[in-house]
Design a protein around this ligand. Sequence first.
Ligand SMILES: Cc1ncc(COP(=O)(O)O)c(C=O)c1O
Length: 457
Amino acid sequence: MTEMTNLSNEPSLETLHEWDRVHQLHPWAAMDDWRGYDNMMVDTAEGIYMWDASGKKFIDGPAGMWCTQIGYGRKDMADAIAAQVMKLPYTSPFSNATEPSAVLAKKIADMAPGDLNNVFFTTGGSTAVDTALRTMMYYFNRRGMPEKKMILAREKGYHGSTYLAHSVTGKERDKSHFDHASHMVHFLPDVNPYRRAEGQSVEAFCDEKVADLENAIATIGADKIGAFIAEPVLSSGGVIVPAPGYHKRTWEVCKANDILYISDEVVTGFGRLGHWFASEDLFDIVPDMITCAKGLTSGYLPLGACIIADHVLEAISNLGEPSSYTNGYTYSGHPVCCVAALKNIEIFESEGILEHVREVSPHFQKRLKALEKFDIVGDARGMGLLGCIEGKAEDLEAERTLGAKIDEACEARGLIVRPLINMAVFSPPLIITLEQIDEMFDIIEDALAEVQKDVNG
Ligand SMILES: Cc1ncc(COP(=O)(O)O)c(C=O)c1O
């Protein structure tokens, strides 16, 4: 406890930074230095732009954390949220239903592919993934197959930070010193075509990645494996778009082995790739479960969902012995968050945001690919309004330095990018116009030219 502070006196920026440093532990804080640096104090935002507390303007390149799809400052969203707060801010989802959560569940079921008709609301992406994995365990327990629980996940995949969601996350540098349920997870090797062997075709690389899955099943045994979890495009792992055909073939392998396929669409869902969901529309698969969050409310309020197929729930319902689905949260189906999601979907529909993404994405991807002209860029890749450049350097230390330099040079020019070691990620709000895409890439080109000059001496 510290002494009571009078919050009615507006604290100075310096004071705010001090309180933040001293009292707030941020996600992924560097524990050897966490009181030694200040995060940017973000003050306001409008459209695709945000301003820091000193008044400097930035393009929000990552759209918050791949989530502010409809952009900032939407009064219609604020009004909808305020109205629901006054009408009914909360009721228990354990015993009651509400109009916003019922309407939203129906809407999501209509958008989702195949027989994915059952929506379980969560508080975000991690809890959606946790729910999917726990549902898999419940499913095989109820089917009398308690040994069938192992989870196949992939190197470089990111699925969140509950115990289970973090356990299936395959980003090596995120493993740190937390414990994980390692005995329950098997990781398949990197699916990044950029990392394929010299001289290997993308088709042969795809064969190899499918074989990785088949070999894991042969070694562990299909009777021991409950689920395969995969992002359609691995996002935090560096915007990795797997080889054409990879998803369809791995999904077929899972089906043939009674392994539940969980498609983690926390980033790719809600318009990032120009569709409500990418699984079926872009990759021709109908998963057993889909997880989503982020773009579901455009980040205005926290909400996630695990969408479960009818055939999964039917197999474990009405089995003649009492059993409850003991999974859930105080804030499952929160009415105010559901209203935010409904307003978000309404804005998508009335403003044609999915169509807009499909229209501007080719230009975005063309400008992204053109960044490969810089020697320091090893690869520029992406899909939809999702992109990443991977910097080329000799070793990890040099890669870190390069990534930090690109980040700083962009920030100095008024563009936020999401640095991931030697990579910089771009996933702007989906309302970005063609002119704003050019504004963003002009800044990146200018920043890369400066960093290249600096690196090459
Ligand atoms: C693919 C994916 N799954 C799950 C999560 C976890 O979501 P949340 O941070 O909302 O818990 C993330 C977050 O970035 C993600 O990218």
